[in-house]
Design a protein around this ligand. Structure first.
Ligand SMILES: [Zn+2]
Length: 282
């Protein structure tokens, strides 16, 4: 009698075992940094699609004409790619660097290496090294595949929930579709930001630029926030996609300390060249 009871209760527990196994699998998959259900080729396809959408979207006024400015930005991007052996996907991703003509202080990157820099950001900063620091940070988002990793994580959680709740394909496809609405998935997590900062420094170490130049950008944001007493309007969008907690600044400074010989923050800035280029901005 006791035996029967045990078997019965074990049977009743079966859904819970399944639930536990699924949750544990999801947790392992989720916590694995490299987990990504997309291939590099998928990243490129996704990036190309988003690039088309961006160019058709009046919210992203691409810079028209001004070949000198566009060449300057893509020149910095190509230079970093060619001089940073730590960037490993330069032959897999069709890296390109484009300019959005808007006052917003921001830059962003989509999967596959499509980097967009706003003229608002270019006017905001003081030297070429800072722009290189930002561009290297964006390259890191592509190299580390942050967007498709986030989609993978969201998709995995939803797929597991779907299995547990009995599965509902229409609900799942709805969730997948919603990930793309308003390019909301471009928002980076703190961890992604921190990793991109780290690699910005690493990528620039072998270039002519001061490797810690991303910190100049942080300094500018802090200055501007202090000066205006709050977050200035043009910075809202930047901080929406690139959160700037104090740890980002502290971390970047700590990583710089680990570099030997210590890089000189007064060298490799290219301020004069940059100021000349700034004159040409619309
Ligand atoms: Zn970022």
């Amino acid at each position: 009698m006791d035996k029967t009871k045990n078997i019965l209760s074990r049977r009743n527990l079966y859904p819970f075992y399944l639930f536990a196994v699924l949750l544990i699998s999801a947790a392992i998959f989720y916590s694995c940094e490299e987990s990504n259900i997309f291939s590099d080729k998928d990243d490129v396809e996704l990036g190309k699609e988003i690039d088309k959408e961006i160019k058709a979207d009046p919210n992203f006024p691409m810079l028209v004409g001004h070949a000198d400015v566009k060449d300057y930005v893509s020149g910095i991007g190509s230079y970093i790619l060619n001089n940073s052996p730590r960037i490993t996907k330069k032959n897999i991703y069709p890296y390109n660097f484009q300019v959005v003509n808007d006052t917003i202080v921001n830059a962003f990157c989509t999967p596959g290496g499509f980097v967009y820099v706003y003229t608002g950001l270019m006017k905001f900063i003081d030297n070429e090294a800072t722009l290189a620091g930002v561009v290297a940070h964006e390259i890191a988002h592509a190299e580390k595949r942050h967007v498709t990793q986030r989609i993978t994580a969201a998709y995995t959680v939803n797929a597991v929930l779907g299995l547990i709740l009995g599965g509902n394909p229409s609900m799942l496809s709805q969730i997948a579709a919603n990930l793309f609405v308003g390019l909301a998935f471009l928002k980076n997590s703190r961890e992604d930001e921190s990793e991109a900062d780290y690699y910005s420094i690493q990528y620039l170490r072998t270039t002519k630029y001061y490797p810690g130049s991303i910190t100049f950008f942080f300094d500018k944001i802090r200055e501007e926030q202090k000066r205006k007493g709050e977050t200035p309007g043009g910075l809202d969008r930047l901080l929406a996609t690139h959160p700037l907690p104090q740890d980002r600044i502290t971390d970047a400074n700590n990583w710089l300390k680990e570099i030997s010989p210590k890089p000189d923050p007064t060298k490799g800035l290219f301020t004069d060249e940059y100021q000349q280029m700034k004159q040409k901005l619309p």
